[in-house]
Design a protein around this ligand. Structure first.
Ligand code: PLP
Length: 429
């Protein structure tokens, strides 16, 4: 008899946790089947509760730039825990981390730590609203900024209609302040600004989108956004929760040479511990309590374990700038292998990659915004996902996510993945 711990645990989990998971995408609903329960990870690999080993391309949804449990991180956490898990009082490590971030990301002059990406984006919007005295903001269809009410909005029919809530519990009032534009389409932004003159506090954008699959911005589009925001006194917020420290030490803003007014971070900044942060221009950040009137707080914000993990990860990045070249080489090797497979199978699926973030869409048309992304055949993705999983490759259990390569992935891992990719596609198309 084979022991199926994952299945048993999932049945048990569903009794006590909605859907058996603490974040919906983990439940495999969009690919079918049941989630796998993980027991441990090391480097590029994860092992499930039934003893199966996988090459992991999710990396906890982004944080694991160095793979699972790198030695430098483990030692720092073990050392830190000796002195207690939390104080709720200032510590030196918070100052060191804040200083290091302002050094790595020059547009960030001051920064406030929070506990998740959602808190970071939520607080950045509040800061922008408080600073400008305006209430509306623009987001782009297909960009994800966490689960605060006013982000859970989809476009009505046409970019100029009011947004509509995508979740029960989000009020019409919330939806009314969220204006929806199209990614890579500057005219959709200009129209919204004309219609809402002097009412828009902020434009928030993933400077490289990673939550509708990977979608790469046109450089002119980002440049024009920057110009319009300066002209109209709108706060430009780069949501770098995913891209921060993944693509370059200074994030997507370093790659495109554009300084946003505010930036949000998460994921890599906590190296697997629950951390987020928002920061940017000093004149805006000085409006935050207790120095200014815009309220923002957190019992566990700046937690010593989380700060130590973040500080050791970012120090590693600072001291090893070569990792980004290595990540680029490995990721481009993987992309080439995938593309060669597609050629042999005579299928030219869209493949978007920048640095160690990539995504294959099950459509042969180019993907540059939300509307083109949703042309992907997600049923086929589901089948592909399960074929890869059978072959020991752990991808995101949903099409519209990024595949992340870490420094821990070996060329042997990549070769196995390329082979599995070929066999998987061959069996389903
Ligand atoms: C993951 C993510 C968030 C939300 O972060 P959480 O820590 O899950 O709350 C926000 N923005 C972007 C771009 C993300 O990728």
């Amino acid at each position: 008899m084979t022991i199926k711990h994952s299945e048993d645990l999932f049945n048990e989990a569903q009794k006590y946790i909605p859907g058996g998971v603490n974040s919906p995408v983990r439940a495999f609903k969009s690919v079918g089947g049941n989630p796998i329960f993980i027991s441990k990870g090391s480097g590029s690999k994860m092992i499930d509760v039934d003893g199966n080993e996988y090459i992991d391309y999710i990396g906890s949804w982004g944080p694991h730039l160095f793979g699972h449990n790198p030695q430098f991180l483990k030692s720092v956490l073990v050392q830190t825990i000796e002195n207690s898990t939390s104080f709720g009082a200032p510590t030196e490590i918070e100052v060191k981390l804040a200083k290091l971030i302002t050094e790595l990301v020059p547009s960030v002059e001051m920064i406030r730590m929070v506990n998740s990406g959602t808190e970071a984006t939520m607080s950045a919007i509040r800061a922008a609203r408080g600073f400008t005295g305006r209430e509306k903001f623009i987001k782009f269809e297909g960009c994800y900024h966490g689960h605060a009410d006013y982000f859970l909005i989809k476009a009505g029919s046409g970019a100029l209609t009011l947004g509509v809530p995508t979740s029960p519990g989000v009020t019409k009032g919330n939806a009314a302040d969220t204006l929806m534009a199209d990614y890579n389409d500057i005219n959709s932004v200009k129209e919204l600004i004309t219609k809402n003159k002097n009412e828009i506090a902020a434009i928030i954008i993933e400077p490289i989108a990673g939550n509708m699959g990977v979608v790469i911005p046109d450089k002119n589009f980002l440049n024009e956004l920057r110009e319009i925001c300066s002209e109209e006194k709108i706060i430009l917020i780069f949501d770098e929760v995913m891209t921060g420290f993944r693509l370059a030490k200074g994030g997507a803003q370093e790659i495109f040479g554009i300084n946003p007014d505010l930036t949000t971070f998460g994921k890599i900044i906590g190296a697997g511990l629950p951390v987020g942060a928002f920061g940017g221009r000093k004149d805006i950040m000085k409006m935050i309590a207790p120095v200014g009137p815009i309220y923002q707080a957190g019992t566990l914000s700046g937690n010593p374990l989380a700060m130590s993990a973040g500080y050791s990860a970012l120090s590693y990045i600072k001291n090893h700038p070569e990792i980004y070249n290595q990540l680029e080489e490995k990721s481009s090797y993987l992309e080439k292998g995938f593309k060669e497979n597609l050629k042999q199978l005579n299928k030219y699926f869209a493949m978007n990659r920048i640095g160690s973030m990539m995504c294959m869409f099950f459509t042969e048309e180019p993907v540059y915004n939300f509307k083109s992304a949703v042309k992907s055949d997600t049923n086929l993705y589901g089948k592909y996902f399960h074929e890869m999983l059978k072959r020991g490759i752990y991808l995101a259990p949903a099409q519209y996510e990024a595949l992340f390569v870490s420094t821990a992935h070996s060329y042997d891992d990549l070769d196995k993945t390329i082979k599995a990719h070929y066999e998987s596609l061959k069996s389903i198309i």
